[in-house]
Design a protein around this ligand. Structure first.
Ligand code: O2Y
Ligand code: MN
Length: 595
């Protein structure tokens, strides 16, 4: 076995990196790899890994004329998504992980997963990936090191993070980093765990090679561990996209928005303004599509970075119509996972809306729609953010971007209007804590069941939600200039079951109203649930909305909200005595107004 210490090319002057070297040596002693490779992130290194994966069949070359530098990976069919039931937060006290997490005592968790790691890399190469979440020179960024035996993970982490020598230099300077140990193991779902040890800044993941289970910088580090770290360091690690809106006068506002899965976060982050807005000179710029780290700046505003350097976007439904920027981004240098392919080897998925047809499905079998879709519903593309036409230079700004508005949103067929604004920060935190989506018959068999997903962090908060809400409330202090908070619902349906709001580019109309509210330019109507757009203040020019659409998108149903607030009260009390009194009082006050 070679090199338990980084090679000269990765070292900075006099570097010893003792903690890192010791950890690599201990992991190597446990996992017993045939070789150790310290990743530099260079093009040459990537090419070597790609060639190796092409040779062993774990990557398949796509049509290099139409998709230069792009490849397909087919994961094990039993390893196609995050596994929440196997994901644990291992704090010393169960209460600190909270009812929102699966919990195991740290010693038991280490013992259980280390037994799986024992000898698991025999005959394999152990890759050491130093990565930085966020711009390398940003004080908001944090570093980690992932050890993995998967070259596919290395290739993805190279796209999704800033990887290599500058990160190692930063780790040496700072003296700390998040330790992530990953092995694909046997890909046996019965021998699979994703364990988090927030007190130890440690992640251990075994038995999956897929997405959030394996690319440890993403959900494990940038959300679960980071949210825990953020609590003690006074910042927020959130499941939010970040976008910039530039008005015709050239002023830019930044918005951070949290939505549960399958609510179009990537589409919103890359929105293309509708025709009239484009003509007038409106522009949307993308900072990030999934994760947002923010902290108060000297002026009291929240400043945000996107800790990621790429997009791990869901492929099905991505088309020239739904997301032209995403489609443009993935024409070159993209790793596709679990999509179908056409006869001439181009990637294909349901909803791509082109004139091609798939011949091979995501499992490598001849495509037969009666057997399975061409692409797995959770199939993905991994691509550098720099390839996105709407990606903003400001995403690389070490200071981050100032956030003017925070948006919470869910998928609600009934009750919830298109947009409303929180009266103040505490009310905004309550709106975030209560947010959720209704299930559909297709997904669960039970229509209209409310699943609450506070701040879209249910699968990702690394500690007790009650403490998390207290942390959010703590930002409201002297000198703070906090963003306005809004709630949106793009998914309100009419009596005929059809969506009432056109969505996509037209969502900019709602964002414009928010910006006008931030600038104090337009009026709102006060209701117990918050501020609704006053008649004529949200630009509907060029849309033909029915009377039903008008009343449901902009109206407020007191009886329906009374029941909703009773349910919100029940939900908050499930968290027991740690639930902050201020949030309970806010809920009770609104419930009384509705009674
Ligand atoms: O299934 C996975 O591992 C991917 S999940 C994912 C990927 C990108 C962005 N968000 C998510 C999510 O589940 O929120
Ligand atoms: Mn996400």
């Amino acid at each position: 076995m070679n090199a338990v210490a980084p090679p000269a090319a990765l070292q900075t002057s006099g570097s010893q990196l003792a903690t890192l070297n010791d950890w690599v040596a201990r992991v190597a002693a446990l996992t017993k790899p045939a070789a150790i490779h310290w990743c530099t992130g260079s093009d040459a290194e990537n090419q070597t890994l790609v060639d190796q994966m092409l040779a062993d069949g774990s990557l398949i070359k796509l049509n290099q004329d139409t998709h230069p530098g792009s490849y397909l990976h087919r994961s094990n069919p039993e390893d196609v998504a995050r596994v929440e039931h196997l994901t644990f937060v291992c704090t010393p006290e169960r209460e600190d992980a909270g009812p929102n997490n699966h919990w195991m005592p740290p010693a038991e968790a280490h013992a259980k997963i280390d037994a799986l790691f024992d000898g698991c890399m025999a005959g394999r190469t152990l890759y050491v990936i130093p990565y930085c979440m966020g711009p390398i020179d940003s004080p908001l960024s944090r570093c980690g090191v992932e050890i993995t035996d998967s070259p596919y993970v290395v290739a993805n982490m190279r796209i999704m993070t800033r990887m290599g020598a500058p990160t190692l230099a930063r780790i040496e300077r700072e003296g700390h980093f998040v330790k992530g140990l990953h092995s694909t193991g046997e890909l046996d779902p019965n021998r699979r765990f994703i364990m988090h040890f927030p007190d130890e800044l440690t992640i251990k993941s075994y038995g999956s090679g897929y997405g959030g289970n394996a690319l440890l910088g993403k959900k494990c580090h940038a959300l679960r561990i980071a949210s825990y770290q953020a609590r003690s360091e006074g910042w927020l690690a959130e499941h939010m996209l970040i976008l910039g809106i530039t008005n015709p006068q050239g002023a830019t506002h930044y918005i951070a928005a949290a939505f549960p899965s399958a609510c179009g976060k990537t589409n919103l982050a890359m929105l293309i303004p509708p025709e009239g807005y484009l003509k007038d000179g409106w522009k949307i710029s993308t900072i990030g599509d999934d994760i947002c780290w923010m902290r108060p700046g000297a002026d009291g505003r929240l400043y945000a970075i996107n800790p990621e350097a790429g997009f791990f976007g869901v492929a099905p439904g991505t088309s020239k119509k739904s997301n032209p920027n995403a489609l443009a981004s993935i024409q070159t240098n993209t790793i596709f996972t679990n999509v179908g392919v056409t006869a001439d080897n181009q990637p294909w998925w349901e909803g791509i809306d082109n004139d091609q047809t798939p011949v091979t499905d995501w499992q490598g079998q001849p495509y037969d729609p009666a057997v399975r879709p061409a692409a797995h519903p959770n199939s993905r593309f991994t691509v550098s953010a720099k390839q996105c036409p709407s990606y903003s230079d400001m995403a690389e700004d070490p200071q981050g971007v100032p956030i003017s508005a925070i948006v919470f949103g869910g998928r609600r067929a009934s009750l919830v209007p298109l947009v409303f604004e929180a009266r103040d920060w505490t009310h905004g935190v309550l709106i975030g804590a209560a947010m959720g989506s209704e299930t559909t018959a297709a997904a669960t068999g039970a229509v209209g069941v409310m699943r609450r997903d506070p701040m879209a962090m249910k699968p990702f908060c690394g500690y007790n939600f009650a403490d998390y809400f207290s942390h959010w409330l703590s930002f409201d202090k002297d000198g703070a200039h906090l963003p306005k908070v809004f709630h949106v619902n793009w998914f309100r349906k009419g009596d005929d079951g059809k969506f009432l709001w056109p969505g996509f580019g037209d969502n900019l109309r709602v964002l414009e109203w928010m910006i006008n509210r931030v600038e104090g330019k337009v009026e709102a109507v006060s209701t117990p649930i918050g501020q609704l757009p006053a008649e004529g203040t949200l630009n509907l020019n060029g849309l033909s909305l029915s009377e039903e659409a008008h009343s449901k998108l902009f109206g407020f149903d007191p009886a329906g909200w009374q029941a909703e607030f009773a349910s919100i009260g029940d939900y908050l009390t499930e968290y027991g005595p740690r639930m902050p009194q201020a949030l309970l009082e806010e809920q009770q006050e609104i419930a009384q107004q509705l009674a």
